[in-house]
Ligand binder design. Sequence first.
Ligand SMILES: Nc1ncnc2c1ncn2[C@@H]1O[C@H](COP(=O)(O)OP(=O)(O)O)[C@@H](O)[C@H]1O
Ligand SMILES: [Mg+2]
Length: 286
Amino acid sequence: MAHTVHTVASQGSGPSNALGRSPAVGGAPFYAAQGSECALFEHCFAQQLPLLIKGPTGCGKTRFVEHMAARLGRALITVSCHDDLSAADLVGRHLIGQGNTVWTDGPLTRAVREGAILYLDEIVEARKDTTVVLHPLADDRRLLPIERTGELLKAPPEFMLVISYNPGYQNLLKGLKPSTRQRFTALSLSYPAPAVERAILEREGHASPALAARLVQLAQALRRLTDHDLEETASTRLLVMAARLVTSGLPLRDACRAAVVDALTDDAETIQALDEVVRAVVGDED
Ligand SMILES: Nc1ncnc2c1ncn2[C@@H]1O[C@H](COP(=O)(O)OP(=O)(O)O)[C@@H](O)[C@H]1O
Ligand SMILES: [Mg+2]
């Protein structure tokens, strides 16, 4: 019978090839809070409660988690979920080595062993069997059974499970099972208030106060207008991109067209409608 080797993740020593690990540089990445979400995250961490973050694309979910992981001094392991992602991708699998079968931890197992924060981005995209492995970890048992190796891991107090999803209409059908949902404390993020969003554009997009104000005004107009016409609307991420293009020397109209209008839709009529909003807010000249 093939010999099974358990690879045990080291406590952050040695070369880290962990995918999605946040850079271990001093200072947490910049995050402008929308409300009291930082305190909520800290309390969840202290109480060993898992957290579900809901919010539209580009509203700051990932940045928030990166910021909090750094603030709490925990390693962050991020997994972007997709429709092919299975429980084995998260937990681990046997790989054929030189004549041996070698067990390799997946990101979930690694996070449990190391006491890291595991962030599953867009959880509803993952295959249904993935949520099943999360259940015993997400309730007060905090256990990860690894069927293939017969191991039963107890998560250390520092381990935290964070999942996110975008409750847009394309996800209505997929949804989260109530049995999964009810294991998580929940936080709802939306686009930041105008003053906060302006501060983000100044910091992240190197925008002048005047440019930041103009772009936020545009976003407000687009968000009002596009609720019905578009799957997604102008996100903070897109505004940051527009600000960067302007800072780099591109005329404002062109930057808005590239980073916002064309980024949001392929439909000619909708492009025209959005362009009109851009012209109304930004003006004809740059
Ligand atoms: N509250 C915020 N503080 C700082 N930057 C933000 C904030 N919200 C959005 N951003 C900017 O927008 C970009 C996209 O945010 P991200 O966290 O990736 O969104 P999401 O994960 O919700 O799709 C970030 O890279 C950052 O530049
Ligand atoms: Mg994200």
